[in-house]
Design a binder for this molecule. Structure first.
Ligand code: NDP
Length: 291
């Protein structure tokens, strides 16, 4: 007997979730503000109001636009004894407040951060997954059901930690995209096919990615010189090459300079140039000095 699921929100993501659970044989009750979006979902039971949807099943999944819409939708529902799984993207602070809000209404609460785009839902081979934090017992009880749309990673009892991991991972992704944008821009005026360059870029980023393990080890031990092969002094000395090349190619250095500025500041402030780039993290944890 498959666990029935109530799903609030049939946007692009909510619809993909509903299809995955229906496809796996779970009874699904859905509610969406715009009722026409439920019409394409064969097999789902369509509730007329959020209250009706919530009363239908013990497990309630919300996948709405933002935290405000979650509060609006759940406000007139009876949450006593319910298991609320909120897959809506929010800040960690909003997730913690929403957890407290749900607890006050007698519900258990699990927050989710979706590391997937809709085509990855119901496609385990895609590598998409959902980060979860909050009620451990809720997660354990519904683990199999939650694993239907995508992989699951539980990151602890603090309901804000799924959102925090989510934002941290996406922030790193934006850094990567920023670097790739600069790289493509450098080649733009040359007779170099971007589709020839892309495989080199993907391979290089993949080869460099494991460097994060050394960063983590240095942070944990507090020894920022541990295992260093490319010193900060050497890397700062190399920055003029990057800036001159950007200038010669007619490319703005604006994506690179903020990082180079921090590298330079760390080199100036630190006791030696024997670290690599980990010290930059410490600089981010205190306000920029006024010029
Ligand atoms: P959509 O914009 O496609 O859907 C938004 C959903 O929220 C719709 O069901 C919409 O209802 C509903 N909604 C918006 N405002 C309200 C409101 N005030 N009251 C009731 N319902 C409301 O977004 P997605 O489905 O793509 O995303 C849903 C969540 O998933 C977001 O938090 C998003 O950040 C997250 N997410 C999305 C990813 C993606 O790639 N799409 C990836 C990872 C996370 P209506 O149909 O009536 O407009």
């Amino acid at each position: 007997e498959k666990t029935p699921v109530t799903l609030l929100g049939l946007g692009t993501m909510g619809t993909a979730l509903a299809r995955a659970w229906l496809g796996a044989g779970h009874p699904v009750t859905v509610w969406n503000r715009t009722p026409s979006r439920a019409a394409t979902l064969a097999g789902a039971r369509v509730a007329k109001t959020p209250a009706e949807a919530v009363s239908a099943n013990p497990l309630i999944v919300a996948c709405l636009l933002d935290d405000t819409s979650v509060e609006e939708v759940l406000t007139d529902t009876v949450l006593t004894g319910k298991d609320v799984v909120n897959l809506t993207t929010t800040t960690p602070a909003q997730a913690r407040t929403r957890a407290k809000w749900a607890h006050e209404r007698g519900a258990r609460y699990l927050d989710g951060g979706m590391m997937a785009v809709p085509p990855m839902i119901g496609a385990p081979e895609s590598g998409g997954y959902v980060l979860y934090s909050g009620s451990g017992p809720l997660f354990e009880q519904h683990r199999a059901t939650l694993a239907v749309p995508a992989g699951t990673r539980y990151v602890g009892e603090d309901p804000g930690h799924a959102a925090l991991h989510d934002v941290a991972l996406l922030s790193a992704m934006y850094g990567m995209f920023a670097g790739a944008a600069h790289a493509f821009a450098l080649l733009r005026k040359e007779d170099i096919d971007p589709t020839t360059f892309a495989p080199l870029l993907a391979d290089w980023l993949t080869a460099m990615a494991p460097a994060v393990h050394q960063t983590a080890d240095q942070l944990r031990t507090g020894d920022y010189t541990k295992g260093v092969v490319s010193t900060l002094a050497m890397q700062v000395a190399g920055t003029p090459t990057f800036l001159a090349t950007a200038r010669d190619q007619g490319v703005s250095p604006e994506l690179l300079t903020p990082y180079f500025t921090l590298m330079h500041r760390r080199l100036t402030e630190a006791t030696g140039g024997d670290e690599d780039l980990t010290g930059v993290i410490d600089l981010l944890l205190r306000p920029e000095p006024t010029a």
